[in-house]
Design a protein around this ligand. Structure first.
Ligand code: NAD
Length: 249
């Protein structure tokens, strides 16, 4: 029996990058998966097809999670398609680095509205639908929550907020058998990292030099840690932040 047989998982921002790999991995571990996407329908459909081709179950559901009115949709569709919700992976997130001179209310709100408010509201929707046996929330945070590199004040603050939310909600929801943990990746090669110009830049060189394992990550390095925390194997683990970062601190 696989780790997540019989479970239903919602993965936010799963049309590409780390989220897409998490969705595929959770499905390979037996979960039926809602593949949430904001705008990349083709990417989400590709993830669903890959899951189905491997014998799993998945549906793609559009919702821009920075828009509070849209946040309930993936959870409503999860119940419609699969009858329940057991796992939420809060992966959707954006990163916009900028020196303090270039920090604006827009830059702040773009990141906080998705990375923090969207995550909180998605968690609220999941918690409303978890059954009496509880559930598991895995937040995709980042090593920047503690490493806080230069020019990342706003982004790092969103992830520090995510870790505080993880610890607070773990205490609040533990009595309802709902576990809440963070996975904090180091630099991972994704579409978003390429688009930001990080994949070939100084940041990669600095990360590789500082990481004992000497390389940046791949989405496949992150997904198994998420599946573990989502599963009953982690049944006595809550409120934790797990760095998955090749030893980078
Ligand atoms: P990516 O840009 O490659 O993919 C982001 C995903 O989020 C996409 O599927 C996109 O459609 C979705 N998304 C963006 N805006 C959305 C919105 N408003 N509503 C719903 N979905 C939305 O990003 P990634 O590199 O795979 O990062 C995924 C998560 O991992 C983010 O939370 C990011 O902060 C975190 N993270 C990434 C790295 C890294 O180096 N790549 C490191 C640490 C943490």
């Amino acid at each position: 029996m696989a780790k997540l047989d019989g479970k239903v998982a919602v993965v936010t921002g799963a049309s590409k990058g780390i989220g897409a790999e998490i969705a595929r991995n959770l499905a390979a571990e037996g979960a039926a998966v809602v593949v949430n996407y904001a705008s990349d329908r083709e990417g989400a459909d590709r993830v669903v097809k890959a899951i189905e081709a491997a014998g799993g179950r998945a549906v793609a559901v559009q919702a821009d999670l920075s828009e509070p009115a849209q946040v309930a949709r993936p959870f409503e569709e999860a119940v419609k398609a699969f009858g329940r919700v057991d796992v939420l992976v809060n992966n959707a997130g954006i990163y916009r680095f900028a020196p303090i001179e270039e920090v604006t209310p827009e830059l702040f709100h773009a990141q906080f509205d998705l990375n923090v408010l969207g995550l909180l509201l998605a968690t609220r929707e999941a918690v409303r639908r978890f059954g009496p046996e509880g559930g598991s929330v895995v937040n995709i945070s980042s090593v920047v929550a503690t490493a806080a590199p230069p020019s990342s004040s706003v982004y790092s603050a969103t992830k520090a907020a995510v870790d505080a939310i993880t610890r607070s909600l773990a205490k609040e929801l533990g009595p309802r058998k709902i576990r809440v943990n963070s996975v904090n990746p180091g630099m991972v090669e994704t579409e978003g990292v390429h688009a930001a110009g990080f994949a070939e830049g100084d940041m990669r060189v600095q990360f590789e030099a500082a990481a004992p394992l000497g390389r940046i990550g791949r989405p496949g390095d992150v997904a198994p840690a998420v599946a573990f925390l989502a599963s009953d194997e982690a049944g006595w683990i809550t409120g934790e932040t797990l760095d998955v970062a090749g030893g980078f601190r």
